[in-house]
Structures are given as structure tokens and as C-alpha cells.
Design a protein around this ligand. Structure first.
Ligand SMILES: [Zn+2]
Ligand SMILES: [Zn+2]
Length: 213
């Protein structure tokens, strides 16, 4: 079964995201996705809660602010603390039953891991639809993934509903979180997607600003 999954979405449980749980499901279905990974900044409770409250496929995850850059833990069963080294963070993700993704590994101004992406990681986020400059970031991600021989994945890094699904991963698996994670670990997946259009990004910035004042 080929599943279309956005592996990097922030909900309103991340302080900087505008996406409510309801909007998450609405936009994900609208974009023809089969599932999403909820990866809020340094918290897992929202992802777990949303996955319990819906029949839509949600992979619980978190984007951890490690000392060396952002790391995504997918399908973790318990939270991993921020502030550890990238190496320790990957170990803790594995202990929590998940896989470690080097998200936006070489994107400027995004808290990227760069040289801290090692063969300990399970996957590299080659396409991040929020990355700027986009094509440069994809090329750098591809280089890192092929150097390490790791699975190549994609996600939107959406913080605003209409951004969901601009990048996604096609995974060859049954529609269940554990199966999907296993397939990614075995590189049975491919990244797809484009940059989020400027118009949508600007709208998000505007709405985020409006919320602050
Ligand atoms: Zn990040
Ligand atoms: Zn993110």
C-alpha cells in the first residue's frame, strides 16, 4: 500500500503554530494525505492526545531542540528532553521506541544539525517545504542522505493550515504507525514536494503577527 504522509507538522501545541487539531485533519484530508506526523517543538502530549481523538492516521512525534540542532523523533512513546547533544538525543529517541530524523539538516537560520548528522540517524529530511532557499536545501539534504545511505523523507514543517502537504513522503506500508516507521527504517519510502508558495508564507507571517498584538 502506498501511503502519502506529511512527516513534519506543528499544531497549536507548538507555541509558534496556528494549526488547531481540527484544522490539522481538515487540511490533511483536503490535500489528499493518508496521514501526518505531529511534531511539535519539545512536547509530545498534543500529538498523543490528537492521535487518540481521531480515526485519521497520526504518527506521534516531536521536534526536539538538541544542543546541536533540531532532531525529529517519530513514533516516540515518551518525551525526549531538549538540550542534550544530537548523539544523546538520537539514543533517547531509540529508547523511547522511535526513529530519529535529521530534519532540515542544512537549511540556514532553522537550527539545523549540519555536521552533527551522523550514521546513527534513521532518516534525513531531504525536502522541507518551508526551507529557504528551497532548491539549495534539497540538494544539501540529498548529499547528506546519500553519503550516509539513510532513508530520504519529506515534510511541510507547516505552522499554518494551508501549508500542510506541500511536501510529503510516499511510504510503502500498511496504514499503521508501527508499520510505517519500520518501512522508513528500511528505506521503503520516497520524498516529494515543492516549496510553500510565498503568498501562503506571507499570510502565515501576517496572522502570526496579528495574534501577538
Ligand atoms: Zn526545526
Ligand atoms: Zn519544524
Amino acid at each position: 500500500m502506498k501511503l502519502k504522509i506529511d512527516l513534519h507538522v506543528h499544531t497549536s501545541y507548538s507555541c509558534d503554530s496556528l494549526i488547531t487539531p481540527k484544522e490539522l485533519i481538515f487540511y490533511a484530508k483536503n490535500r489528499g494525505l493518508d496521514g501526518v506526523a505531529v511534531t511539535d517543538h519539545d512536547r509530545l502530549d498534543g500529538a498523543l492526545k490528537i492521535s487518540e481523538e481521531t480515526d485519521f492516521l497520526i504518527i506521534p512525534g516531536m521536534e526536539i531542540t538538541s544542543k546541536d540542532g533540531h532532531v525529529i523523533g517519530l513514533n516516540v512513546q515518551e518525551p525526549v528532553p531538549p538540550g542534550l547533544s544530537a548523539d544523546e538525543t538520537v539514543d533517547r529517541i531509540h529508547e523511547a521506541g522511535g526513529i530519529a530524523v535529521a530534519c532540515h539538516p542544512a537549511v540556514p537560520f532553522k537550527g539545523s544539525l549540519r555536521k552533527h548528522v551522523t550514521s546513527k540517524f534513521d532518516a534525513v529530511e531531504v525536502i522541507n517545504a518551508s526551507a529557504f532557499p528551497f532548491h539549495y536545501s534539497v540538494r544539501q539534504g540529498e548529499k547528506i542522505a546519500s553519503r550516509l545511505g539513510k532513508a530520504r523523507v519529506a515534510g511541510s514543517d507547516a505552522h499554518y493550515g494551508p501549508e500542510i502537504g506541500y511536501a510529503y513522503t510516499i511510504v510503502n506500508a500498511e496504514s499503521e504507525a508501527d508499520e510505517i516507521i519500520e518501512a522508513i527504517r528500511k528505506c521503503q519510502c520516497l520524498p516529494f514536494g515543492t516549496a510553500i508558495p510565498l503568498k501562503i508564507r506571507l499570510k502565515r507571517e501576517f496572522l502570526a503577527l496579528e495574534r501577538k498584538f
